[in-house]
Design a protein around this ligand. Structure first.
Ligand SMILES: Nc1ncnc2c1ncn2[C@@H]1O[C@H](COP(=O)(O)OP(=O)(O)OP(=O)(O)O)[C@@H](O)[C@H]1O
Length: 327
């Protein structure tokens, strides 16, 4: 696969104005993005996602490390590298507020050197696909936040650049418009044959749209893998076992020795064990311990894990344990 973005050992610190305190927002981050991929940048608040996006689109200059866009160094040939990138940044939608929807589409495509004849039919298609046809003569400052976001994404597609960076595309947008934006990104953007990097908190966006996700925490890459691999890593081994009786202290101790990440809860109505099993044989170990006190098993459910849970496990440092167990 052909690589279009290479982020190498990127670091960026900020200085707080008043206290002069230094904040390391991005700390030696490296990853690559191949042509045609949709890659999600995921991470908790303050992880460094927006800073990474701003470094990739040249809005910030790194303290160290490099960004290559289509083989061109952002540091050495900034304008040439930037000609391959369109960015829709959070809180700054790069639109002219006193122009109408259609005028924005026409203006920005012209701005990127495309003739109005060339883009005429594309503009019609985008107005349709983004459900903005009815609003084409509306001034941008009269549009809702969701419509402005859709327009900003449409403008980025018209710019004809190879890479689109979307920072939090569904943040602060209602459920319906969020769904529409995801659908547009899934259906339309793929037709436009673009490479996309999306930063988001929205697990729906990551799970539905992204081929791969780079998870960032405290300015570092924690994992970089296909969404389906991350889901599989956790999904196949998590079981919840409902017991007929409470466990004895000896049983709890033995189970914790064998399964360090086991969760045991006991309420007046129910006792449950939640455990990640690496191999089927581990069931025998578990049942041996239950047999000591003839603890009845009422049910065994394999847990269906969603991406949100996977994400929490990863940022809470559980990934390495899971990886160690699976190797
Ligand atoms: N201009 C700035 N000046 C000082 N510190 C900053 C600045 N911008 C970001 N930071 C700090 O850098 C760290 C990373 O911020 P960044 O916005 O990149 O994270 P993020 O993952 O995008 O967070 P969020 O999801 O909350 O938007 C945070 O601790 C943040 O407070």
């Amino acid at each position: 696969m052909e690589e279009i973005i290479e982020v190498k050992n990127l670091s960026k610190t900020y200085k707080k104005r008043k206290s002069k305190e230094t904040i390391t927002a991005v700390n030696d981050i490296s990853f690559t993005v191949n042509k045609g991929e949709i890659v999600g940048l995921l991470g908790p608040n303050g992880a460094g996602k927006s800073t990474t996006i701003k470094l990739i689109c040249g809005l910030l200059i790194p303290d160290s490390g490099s960004v290559m866009v289509n083989g061109i160094s952002m540091k050495e040939k900034r304008l040439s590298a930037l000609s391959h990138i369109s960015a829709v940044l959070e809180g700054n939608r790069n639109l002219y507020w006193r122009l109408t929807v259609r005028e924005n589409l026409e203006y920005f495509s012209g701005n990127r050197g495309r003739s109005s004849k060339d883009v005429a039919s594309e503009i019609e298609d985008l107005l349709d696909a983004f459900n903005l046809k009815e609003k084409e003569t509306e001034l941008v400052n009269r549009l809702s936040r969701g419509m402005q976001q859709k327009l900003a994404i449409a403008v980025s597609l018209l710019a004809d650049s190879k890479v689109i960076l979307l920072d939090e595309p569904t943040l602060g947008i209602d459920v319906q418009t969020g769904y529409e934006i995801r659908k547009i990104l899934r259906d339309v953007v793929r037709d436009y044959d673009r490479t996309i990097i999306i930063s988001s908190h929205d697990m729906g966006v990551i799970q539905e749209l992204c081929d791969r996700t780079v998870i960032i925490n405290n300015g570092k890459v924690v994992t970089d893998d296909k969404v389906e691999n991350l889901l599989r890593l956790f999904e196949v081994r998590a079981y919840t076992i409902t017991l007929g009786n409470a466990l004895s202290n000896q049983q709890i101790q033995l189970l914790h020795q064998k399964f360090p990440h086991l969760d045991y809860s006991h309420h007046s109505l129910e006792s449950t064990l939640t455990v990640n099993l690496t191999k089927a044989e581990e069931f025998y170990d578990l049942f041996e311990v239950l047999k000591l006190e003839h603890t009845p098993v009422e049910s065994i459910d394999r847990q269906l894990i969603n991406f949100e849970e996977v994400f929490l496990k990863i940022v809470n440092g559980r990934l390495h344990n899971e990886l160690d167990q699976s190797s």
